[in-house]
Design a protein around this ligand. Structure first.
Ligand code: SAM
Length: 454
């Protein structure tokens, strides 16, 4: 906590002392130091950022100091995600288990604000589907915003209870459960986690996690993988929960390769293998992760598409094909005068999700229809599928970019009429409508920066 003294709960310290033995003092000292700042780059939005690499994640970077991210235009453009480094270990699971090499159905069950989901979106095959779910409505909206910023279209954001996923029996190949937990691993980053901690709360969290796992279990197919993680150290919320699950169901624990110099601790508990991250041994926050394969027989829901996606008129469809890089991979769909695109290889999946879940966002919105005209949507500007050659663009200075993101008036040196991409360091921020002698700033009002300059 950068020198601020923190008072940790006695029961927590006693337990950690028993668990850590000799390294207990190193652990408590690490909680006195400032947490490292790390970001994960969006590999499809090239930026000039540099820093020390996170050893287990090819797109992870440690920054020397913590900038004011809100006042960095490319943060709003989805060029990177601010994420603590331990969580980025997810990449190892994808690489070592080959999860990015084939189209799969993936679920991130507790996904807000979107750290794991944006990471999965970048790691998965281009025809994979990711359902990013969040049970709390307001958090589901933030999740949807972060997914849109990231710009990858095959992510459907839903707002459902874990038990609703029983409607999708045997549908998912991979299910990530980043469970709500007692947050012991966040103590130095988030002092509220300390005040909310109690022995009773740990037990309450462990029970809730078991319920979440049990309630959603049937949506994982036979041989499907459960990736379970928390940001807490205690065994009750981690390996003991997975062990409990393995007593209810037929599963196999999957070992992962971990380089000795990464400092990650392998945990073996009865039949379960997991990996624990301590802040005195890794440059990151406290974390636990374990992968298990469901080996029991699971009945599967059949994909049968009854839903018809409404096509836009031919003339509009032809125009829209110019707006995106790979029109051959998508179908268009019109809903309430807004035209979206959906990856045609996962169209049936999209209709199944619309029929079974509470969908917050789906596909990529391309344009709204005003009479005979198409007005480009903000989601298109941020999409990695945007064809920038089709639009004029205007590179903004830092000051102009901040004005733009505050939804203030932007004054341009020249006025080239039409819908124009506002870019910063060549990365699109959104749209401007350039008229004869003024510019309409089309940045969505709900997303505008409200923070005053420092
Ligand atoms: N995966 C996210 C990420 O990487 O950005 C962080 C998820 S956070 C650790 C846990 C999430 O679980 C929170 O967004 C919380 O709202 C949600 N949650 C809370 N209660 C839940 C429940 N009963 N079932 C499922 N999720 C729940």
């Amino acid at each position: 906590m950068g020198g601020t003294e923190i008072k940790l709960p006695e029961e927590f310290l006693t337990r950690m002392q028993v668990d850590l033995g000799e390294s207990f003092a190193d652990f408590t000292n690490s909680l006195e130091s400032a947490p490292p700042t790390s970001i994960r780059l969006n590999p499809q939005k090239k930026s000039k950022l540099s820093g020390k690499p996170v050893p287990w994640c090819s797109t992870g970077l440690y920054l020397e100091s913590r900038p004011v991210f809100t006042l960095d235009p490319i943060f709003h453009a989805g060029a990177y995600y601010v994420q603590e480094a331990s969580s980025m270990f997810l990449e190892q699971i994808f690489l070592q288990l080959g999860l990015g090499s084939q189209p799969l159905h993936m679920l991130d069950l507790s996904a807000a604000p979107g750290g794991k989901s944006t990471h999965i979106a970048s790691l998965m095959h281009k025809d994979s589907l990711l359902v990013a779910n969040e049970v709390i409505r307001s958090r589901a909206s933030i999740l949807a915003e972060n997914i849109i910023k990231w710009g990858i279209g095959n992510v459907v954001v839903t707002n459902n209870d874990p038990e609703d996923f029983n409607r999708l029996r045997g549908f998912f190949d991979v299910m990530v459960v980043d469970a709500p937990c007692s947050g012991e691993g966040l103590f130095r980053k988030d002092p509220d986690a300390i005040t909310e901690w109690s022995v009773d709360n740990v037990q309450l969290c462990a029970k809730r996690q078991r319920r979440i796992l049990n309630d959603s279990w049937s949506c994982l197919k036979t041989n499907g993988l459960l990736v379970y993680c928390t940001c807490t150290y205690n065994s009750f919320e981690n390996e003991e929960n997975i062990q409990w699950l393995s007593e209810q169901h037929e599963v196999e624990s999957i070992p992962l390769h971990v380089d000795a110099d990464w400092g990650i601790e392998k945990v073996v508990f009865k039949n379960i293998i997991g990996y624990r991250f301590f802040p005195h041994r890794v440059k990151g926050e406290g974390f636990f992760i374990s992968v298990i394969k469901k080996t029991e027989r699971q009945e599967e829901i059949r994909l049968k598409s009854k839903r018809k996606f409404t096509q836009p008129p031919q003339r509009m469809a032809e125009e829209l094909k110019q707006w995106i890089r790979h029109p051959e991979n998508f179908v268009f769909s019109t809903h309430h005068e807004v035209i979206s695109m959906i990856n045609k290889n996962i169209l049936e999946e999209h209709s199944l999700l619309l029929d079974t879940l509470h969908v917050v966002s789906i596909g990529t919105k391309l344009a709204s229809v005003k009479g005979q005209k198409l007005i480009p949507e903000h989601e298109l500007a941020l999409s990695v599928e945007l064809n920038p050659q089709n639009f004029s663009s205007q590179e903004l200075s830092f000051e102009q970019a901040i004005q733009y993101l505050r939804k203030e008036t932007v004054v341009l040196p020249e006025y080239k009429k039409g819908y124009t991409l506002a870019t910063y360091q060549s990365i699109p921020l959104g749209w401007m409508h350039v008229l004869d002698n003024r510019v309409n700033n089309l940045y969505p009002k709900a997303l505008r920066i409200r923070m005053k300059a420092g």
